[in-house]
Design a protein around this ligand. Structure first.
Ligand code: DC
Length: 226
């Protein structure tokens, strides 16, 4: 890992728009983008495919260590490839998110993914989104953001997104799922979801993605990044 490559970290719970924001900022700056949540989701999916129990720490950590994953940008979109296959559909389900949150609580899995995440730090810079980017993975980031929003608003966004894809779901179970996942991510013993002491906290409850992006561009100017 080179300490001269600048990193911007974006942490926060699911549904705050950090993935969309991170990708947009990375595109604007011409920097690399790391969707660390996708790594945890892929590990959980792969464990399911291989019939490995999600709490079998050693075997799940071995999957994390050898995960044949590649990220690429094509057609202006960010793609996650597992063995060259685009896994977007399987990756973005509620089940994959919940399973990811379970394997993410295993210390050996987090340790296996740590050096893999450091490898994404390449010139000219990296925007990294997740839960512990600013606290554990890139504590020397030049700018740390922590996005929040009420659980109700986050569930509402997810609901709208799924309905837009023609998936018929009810709001109440989505909200319950978000609350359960927040609780597991915040209360785990290792690398819990929490803002770094030097993070700028942005509440996106009342803000659209473009408003959040404009605010962040202001912060980038203040830091001399643009
Ligand atoms: O950001 P996401 O919803 O794709 O993340 C899925 C799960 O993975 C999330 O519930 C917690 C876990 N995760 C984590 O523990 N650390 C990260 N840096 C990213 C995700």
């Amino acid at each position: 890992m080179s300490t001269t490559v600048p990193v911007i970290t974006i942490d926060g719970p699911s549904g705050t728009g950090k993935g969309t924001l991170g990708f947009r900022i990375a595109q604007r700056l011409g920097w690399h983008f790391l969707d660390s949540g996708a790594l945890y989701r892929l590990v959980a999916l792969r464990a399911g495919d291989e019939g490995v129990a999600l709490d079998d720490e050693l075997r799940v950590a071995s999957i994390a260590q050898h995960l044949p994953v590649r990220f690429e940008v094509s057609g202006g979109e960010f793609r996650t490839l597992l063995e060259g296959r685009d896994e977007a559909d399987r990756l973005r389900t509620e089940e994959a998110g919940a399973a990811a949150s379970v394997v993410a609580a295993l210390p050996a899995v987090r340790a296996a993914l740590l050096s893999r995440q450091h490898n994404f730090r390449q010139l000219p810079g990296l925007v990294a989104d997740g839960r512990d980017m600013g606290t554990v993975v890139f504590p020397d980031a030049v700018l740390k953001l922590f996005l929040t929003a009420s659980a109700e608003v986050r569930a509402g966004r997810r609901h709208k997104q799924l309905r837009g894809k023609g998936i018929d779901v009810r709001l109440a179970p989505l909200l319950e799922d978000i609350r359960r996942r927040d609780q597991r991510d915040q209360q785990r013993a290792i690398a819990p979801l929490l803002p770094a002491p030097d993070a700028a906290i942005l509440d996106t409850t009342e803000l659209g993605i473009s408003e959040v992006e404009n605010h962040v561009i202001g912060l980038l100017r203040e830091c001399g990044i643009v």
